[in-house]
Design a protein around this ligand. Structure first.
Ligand SMILES: [Zn+2]
Length: 488
């Protein structure tokens, strides 16, 4: 008897261990959706999966309108096009004013004019691209010796005596193996500070320019742009990203002797421009004052046509609200579609929204943003407390037929425009996607429409539609985030 009871107890423990029952489920019974809500969500999932609406809109934004950097005529055209399109579909549309930076890329060239064993009267071309927001070099360029720093620690060790008057080259490379293992965002997080903060760190030690190995993967000698964030207490120096191959070339030559680079960057920073977030509401039937945001960003970098970043996320969100509208569904709460302006170089749109709606933040039930490319979704990432995640647990069943039934609670979510709302306690969600090749194209000239797979885009739209509609139509609203939910 004792033997059997031991086996039974051991089995029970093993079962609990295998299921890994989350604490929230242990405290309260798992929630269920009503049969009506489940049926509606299944219908919505099927409709979004079989629609090419988002894909067609992505084609319009990328191939027809083109790159959409804040302040550019294309960004302006994109807001007009989207507002008109949303009105045509039947939404209440409004434009909320946002002042955005207006930076325009100029010439960008680099060449090695001196290096060990250089054949006389030759130079070696270096592939680079100016970082967004960079100041210019003189029109005919600046010429200086290169100093290589593998890391910020190395830069510190080198000190002012080795850095002043030189061009600092940060050679820390994007870890492609990490990306292949499904940790692309982590790989990006490890190297992007050399782009954002590197120039000011170098300038504090007297550097005249800073270059970083591109914060992204891929081996086709493509430089990746992105923002430089100048510190207010450091001189502003010209900043550019090198193709990974060129960073390696310079590092290899610098090990053998003196390397001198001529760098020419002629970007311009023009006065700020008035732009907008494009906002479209599908009014709630029972609690219209309660809001569920579903969004992506409309602006993009200027080298490609901003397809993966972020026409894909934006049009997946658009496809989601379009499917809700097409089926004539009326959720209890308001679903608010937002196309954010200026995610890439300032987050002015996300900040303006949080500031303008501060008095109404308590009515923001949840905010969703897709900004991780067009890769196939596995489910949902949640920056939300255990009770909120438990309430959404039935979604796993709705999304299972498309193999997207994962709800992954996290403290770090790639939804930059929503960070101001997250700081105010609004639960934040994003699709959980395959990002293995995202940073191969991200912020490069190769971020173009052909990279979007229509079926995978429709899958993203389906995940967003089901998630947004469930939150908007559940009888109880999601609880706001506690302080520690963002730090789990
Ligand atoms: Zn983005």
């Amino acid at each position: 008897v004792r033997h059997t009871s031991f086996i039974r107890t051991a089995f029970l423990f093993a079962l609990i261990f295998c299921l890994g029952v989350p604490s929230a489920f242990a405290q309260q019974p798992p929630s269920e959706f009503s049969p009506e809500l489940s049926a509606t969500l299944e219908k919505l999932r099927r409709a979004a999966l079989t629609s090419d609406y988002g894909y067609r809109q992505a084609e319009r934004l990328t191939n027809k309108i083109g790159p959409r950097l804040s302040g550019s005529p294309q960004a302006q055209r994109a807001t007009e096009h989207l507002a008109a399109e949303l009105k045509r579909v039947g939404f209440d549309v409004r434009l909320e004013k946002v002042m955005v930076p207006h930076w325009v890329r100029g010439a960008e060239t680099g060449e090695l004019v001196e290096y060990p064993e250089r054949p006389s009267q030759t130079t070696q071309k270096i592939v680079l691209t100016a970082l967004g927001g960079s100041v210019a070099t003189p029109n005919d360029g600046l010429t200086a010796e290169v100093v290589v720093a593998e890391s910020f620690e190395r830069l510190k060790t080198l000190g002012r005596e080795n850095v002043a008057g030189k061009i600092v080259v940060f050679t820390s490379r994007f870890d492609e193996r990490l990306a292949t293992q499904g940790q692309a965002s982590e790989a990006y997080r490890l190297v992007s500070p050399y782009r954002t903060q590197g120039p000011s760190e170098a300038a504090r030690l007297g550097a005249v320019a800073a270059l970083n190995a591109s914060a992204g993967g891929g081996g086709n000698r493509l430089p990746h742009t992105g923002s430089v964030v100048y510190a207010p207490d450091a001189p502003k120096i010209p900043a550019a990203a090198l193709a990974a191959e060129d960073a390696e070339l310079i590092a290899g030559l610098a090990k053998q002797g003196k390397v001198v680079l001529r760098l020419t960057l002629t970007p311009q920073t023009l006065p700020d421009v008035e732009s907008c977030n494009v906002i479209a509401d599908l009014k709630g039937s029972e609690f219209p004052e309660q809001i569920v945001i579903v969004s992506g960003h409309l602006d993009s970098w200027d080298l490609g046509t901003g397809a993966l970043d972020d026409a894909a996320g934006l049009t997946a969100a658009l496809g989601a609200v379009h499917a809700v509208k097409e089926l004539g569904l009326k959720p209890r709460r308001t679903i608010r579609f937002i196309a954010w302006m200026n995610e890439e170089n300032g987050v002015a749109g996300g900040r303006a929204y949080a500031a303008d709606h501060q008095s109404n933040i308590a009515n923001h039930v949840a905010a969703i943003e897709a900004d991780s490319g067009a890769g196939r979704p596995f489910g949902v990432t949640a920056l939300a407390g255990d009770p909120a995640v438990a309430m959404l647990h039935p979604l796993t069943q709705i999304l299972k037929p498309m193999d997207a039934g994962v709800i992954h609670a996290t403290a770090r979510i790639g939804a930059t425009d929503l960070q101001p709302l997250a700081a105010l306690g609004v639960p934040i969600f994003s699709p959980l996607q395959d990002m293995r090749t995202y940073f191969t194209y991200h912020h490069t000239a190769a971020d173009t429409f052909d990279k979007i797979n229509p079926h995978e885009l429709a899958q993203c739209a389906a995940v967003l539609a089901v998630l947004a509609y469930a939150i908007a139509d559940m009888p109880d609203r999601l609880p706001r985030n506690e302080r520690n939910d963002a730090k789990r």
